[in-house]
Design a protein around this ligand. Structure first.
Ligand code: PXG
Length: 445
């Protein structure tokens, strides 16, 4: 492999100034894992090794890497118009992309608010929820309800409704007036479920308890990931999301699905809402909308929500919220080309067709050393390992490192390995991912 130039090999001192996110900086800089090129299902390391990407980057490159139509659209847009002011000005691609997303979106979700990441999407959705209640004269609805083990990005709103202690404990009081539902993970009841687990719909009833405690008149919204991704691929129990929908509707509470991971084919349809047959009031998205090529995020809202804001004088700004880079031209060009590619290659349907093979491959790891649970939906899967006594997470991280040494990229979260390949994955590649994991686990203490 000769893709390397000498400049790609950095000296240790050159690694120092970049403070890496969610990374063990000192450990990484002592033994860097540097990627320099990508194509289709593969990455190449700075040392010329080809790595099978079993994780679509970070759950985002759903169309595979460096796909030509997307690359060309970005190149063309960069040369045509780099940027257009986002406030009080527009450019056609923003409207075109919104129309295309709305076409894909379930039911009444027919307006898009754009931002640049999942974290911004979540904070935007939470702010829209609060403002919506207020413009309708229910300004007392200020409480937000998230869920344990939820990941909603790293803004103050997102960590407040999120349910991961490590992401919260260092950062003060965050938003006030937030409560959490219990997570749905239960190894005793649901280990080795294929698709949706049978047990756990009743966990949604806890929302009724929170309504009794706080009173519905104080609650603005409930936010959940249809499948909790970051905390280890927690598939919603059968009936659970339906129950959340019924209870929120009954009490006038907005239901937000955070689909940053689950949208754009990951579960075998455009949105998780389609897969589970539950229509929320808002959907947050990011990642797959541009197949990870240019940062973009957004919030889909129902027409009820949008139109409630459109009632003041026509010259008034209806929502005091937005970003310099909302609907950035490069992101819009990338998004339009990405959605076109998904359509041209039927990638959401392909993901659904590949899902049974993915399920078979993953569940063949039952009985492999250290494995205590396997779960899956569409093209996302989690393999839970027994933790090493006294050092939770160590076995998972080591398994991840060793898979990488064997040229397969997955992801570890605690002692759970997550697998989420691009929607173009082939069966032989699934086999390689699974056989590598098996080999690694067999040799791992
Ligand atoms: N919501 C959900 C459901 C997410 O999964 C975000 C919001 C935040 O998105 P941004 O674009 O601000 O990062 C996410 C992001 C992992 C991993 O390994 C997960 C995410 C990001 C990076 C790594 O599980 N999810």
């Amino acid at each position: 492999m000769t893709i390397l130039s000498d400049q790609l090999q950095l000296a240790p001192a050159e690694l120092d100034s970049y403070w890496m996110p969610f990374t063990a900086n000192r450990q990484f800089k002592a033994a860097p894992r540097m990627l320099v090129k990508a194509e289709g299902m593969y990455y190449w390391t700075a040392h010329g090794r080809r790595i099978l990407d079993g994780f679509a980057g970070l759950w985002c490159c759903n169309a595979g890497h460096c796909r030509k139509p997307i690359v060309e659209a970005i190149q063309k847009q960069a040369a045509t118009m780099d940027y257009a002011p986002a406030f009080q000005m527009g450019h056609p691609l923003a409207f075109e992309l919104s129309n295309r997303i709305v076409e894909l979106a379930p039911g009444k979700l027919d307006h898009t608010f754009f931002c640049n990441s999942g974290s911004e999407a979540v904070d935007s959705a939470l702010k829209i929820a609060l403002a919506w209640h207020r413009v309708r004269g229910e300004g007392s609805r200020t409480r937000l309800i998230g869920r344990e083990r939820g990941y909603h990005g790293v803004g103050f709103g997102g960590i407040s409704v999120g349910g991961i202690a490590a992401n919260r404990k260092m950062f003060g009081t965050m938003l006030t007036g937030v409560d959490h539902l219990a997570h749905t993970h239960n190894l005793e009841k649901n280990a080795y479920s294929k698709g949706q687990p049978e047990w756990g719909a009743q966990l949604a009833d806890e929302l009724e308890r929170l309504v009794v405690l706080h009173d519905a008149s104080t609650i603005a919204a409930v936010i959940v990931e249809p499948v909790a991704g970051s905390t280890g691929v927690l598939i919603p129990p059968k009936g659970y999301l339906q129950r959340l929908r019924e209870i929120t509707k009954k009490h006038g509470i907005l239901l937000i699905f955070d689909e940053v991971i689950t949208a754009f084919g990951r579960l075998g349809a455009a949105f998780g809402a389609d897969v589970y047959g539950v229509e929320p009031d808002m959907i947050t998205f990011a990642k797959g909308v541009t197949s990870g090529t240019v940062p973009m995020g957004g919030v889909l809202v129902s027409s009820d929500i949008y139109h409630a804001f459109m009632s003041g004088p026509p010259g008034a700004i209806e929502l005091f919220h937005g970003y310099t880079y909302s609907a950035h031209p490069l992101a819009c060009a990338a998004g339009i080309a990405t959605l076109q590619l998904y359509e041209d290659e039927g990638l959401f349907a392909r993901a659904a067709r590949m899902a049974p093979a993915f399920e078979r491959a993953l569940h063949s790891l039952k009985g492999a050393r250290h494995v205590v649970d396997i779960r899956n939906q569409g093209l996302v899967g989690g393999i839970e390992l027994a933790p090493r006594a006294g050092s939770p997470g160590a076995r998972g991280f080591e398994a991840y490192l060793r898979c990488y040494e064997k040229n397969v990229l997955v992801r570890s979260t605690g002692d759970i390995l997550a697998v989420a390949p691009a929607l173009i994955v082939e069966e032989t590649q699934l086999d390689q991912i699974v056989s590598t994991i098996r080999e690694v686990l067999t040799a791992l203490e």
